[in-house]
Design a protein. Structure first.
Length: 475
């Protein structure tokens, strides 16, 4: 197939580009000629229309003057307006000469009209007739000549337009013929190449089918390859691929089930580890009390109560991981919530010589969330930060709200930071860097944030320490 592309795709693209270039050149050239002819025809028609309007007005004016009507001042104004339109549309030398002749004759006629003797004067009638004859001979006849010239121009433009259309038709026919010939030549070459390519494709199909099956079939090439039989081999290959996909899906389900069983095993091992030690302590105290026969002392009862509470906390943590409660969302102000968490942790922080600082915006920051679950998340992050600073440091709670964007809560410490090998596994179940840790605190916290439509992430601070970020949708 690569040989086919290099051998035939190049000439196909070259000939196609040549045909496109030839067609584009012919089309642009012919369209330019057509546009020129259309523009000339439009100008001639407009000039002819202006002359026709002038001639119509002059005919009316001459007819009225022949009938001895002297109140024709409005017709003089109309004729002057029409003559101005003729002068504007005259763009050829002959048109401009005739327009100039009409303008000179019309101005001379107006002077004659204005110089007519008053009515009742014996010279008035003759002067009136002379002025009318002057208008007819010097203006009306020139207007008719102007019209005749435009008629010839319109006829020439029409013939030129028809010639352009014939050239356009012949050009398109030539391009179509060249395209047909090129298509036949290329089609013959492509057909021969396809015959060889089909033969190679059948080899590749059989080879691929052999790779999918346990018993590769023998590949034998005989005769010329055709489409006959190629579809059947492709269907067989498709069927084998479907079988392989089903097998892989079945294996994926088995792997997933194995991972689930492994998670259950880790959960059971964690439960057993967390409960075994307290039970051992309780059993030893009870046995000692039974052997002495004096019952259990008050200190022993306090130890037993502490161990029972420890088992209760561990079981609650496992239950939250295995069966997380659904959040009860309601409008919650994060400012007092973060302040309350800081106050809750301040006692332990003072014992560790850790300063607690708040960076909160003025006013409230409202979100729609389960306040108790968010408190659980922030308490867990704060306790983790205190665990990272046993010898003192600084714990900071920050709260930011953008104008158009999420609300971000940051819990930062000045501890040693997060090791590079720990960062990828930070939110992995049962992974913990603490000797007594369950490895579920961050997992449960992240699940709570995800259930609220938010995100949780962590990063090392440039000056040392780590920051955990909780982003929630505002409102």
């Amino acid at each position: 197939m690569a040989g086919f592309r290099l051998q035939y795709l190049g000439p196909v693209i070259l000939i196609t580009l040549c045909l496109i270039t030839l067609s584009t050149f012919a089309a642009v050239s012919l369209l330019h000629q057509q546009a020129s002819a259309t523009h000339m025809l439009r100008e001639n028609v407009q000039s002819r229309q202006a002359a026709a309007d002038l001639r119509g007005g002059l005919n009316v004016l001459v007819e009225l003057e022949h009938r001895k009507v002297e109140n024709v001042a409005d017709l003089h104004v109309q004729a002057d307006t029409n003559l101005r339109a003729v002068e504007v549309s005259a763009d050829q030398p002959e048109e401009q000469a005739l327009a100039g002749k009409m303008r000179a004759g019309f101005d001379a006629y107006l002077r004659r009209w204005q110089a007519l003797p008053p009515v009742g004067d014996p010279r008035h009638d003759q002067a009136f007739v002379d002025a009318t004859r002057f208008l007819e001979e010097n203006v009306l006849f020139a207007c008719r000549a102007y019209e005749a010239y435009n008629d010839r121009r319109v006829e020439e433009s029409t013939r030129g337009h028809e010639q352009v259309l014939r050239q356009l038709a012949w050009g398109m026919a030539t391009v179509g013929g060249l395209g047909t010939v090129a298509g036949l030549v290329l089609g013959f070459g492509v057909a021969r190449s396809l015959s060889r390519s089909i033969r190679r494709l059948r080899v590749q199909l059989r080879d691929a089918a052999g790779m999918l099956g346990p018993d590769p079939p023998e590949i034998v090439l005989t005769g010329e390859a055709e489409f006959h039989g190629l579809h059947a081999e492709a269907d067989q290959l498709t069927a084998r691929i479907e079988d392989v996909v089903r097998t892989l899906n079945q294996r994926d389900r088995e792997v997933l089930r194995a991972e689930q069983l492994a998670a259950v095993g880790q959960l059971a091992a964690g439960v057993g580890h967390e409960i075994r030690n307290p039970l051992t302590s309780i059993k030893m105290l009870v046995q000692a009390g039974l052997e002495d026969g004096s019952g259990l002392a008050l200190d022993d009862l306090r130890v037993i109560e502490g161990e029972v509470r420890r088992m209760e906390r561990s079981l609650r943590t496992f239950l939250d991981f295995a069966r997380p409660p659904a959040p009860e969302r309601r409008p919650t102000d994060l400012v007092p919530l973060v302040t309350g968490v800081a106050d809750l942790l301040r006692g332990r922080a003072e014992k560790q010589r850790v300063g607690v600082h708040l960076d909160l915006p003025p006013g409230g920051v409202a979100v729609t969330a389960d306040g108790e679950q968010l408190r659980q998340v922030l308490v867990n992050l704060g306790l983790n930060a205190l665990d990272a600073m046993p010898g003192g440091g600084e714990l900071r709670f920050g709260l930011k709200q953008w104008v158009t964007g999420p609300v971000e809560i940051e819990v930062a410490d000045t501890g040693p930071g997060i090791a590079p090998g720990v960062m990828p596994r930070l939110f992995e179940p049962f992974f913990s860097t603490k000797d007594t840790g369950l490895g579920l605190g961050l997992v449960i916290s992240k699940r709570i944030v995800d259930d609220h439509g938010g995100t949780m992430s962590a990063a090392n601070r440039p000056g040392g320490g780590a920051s955990f970020f909780v982003k929630l949708n505002a409102g």
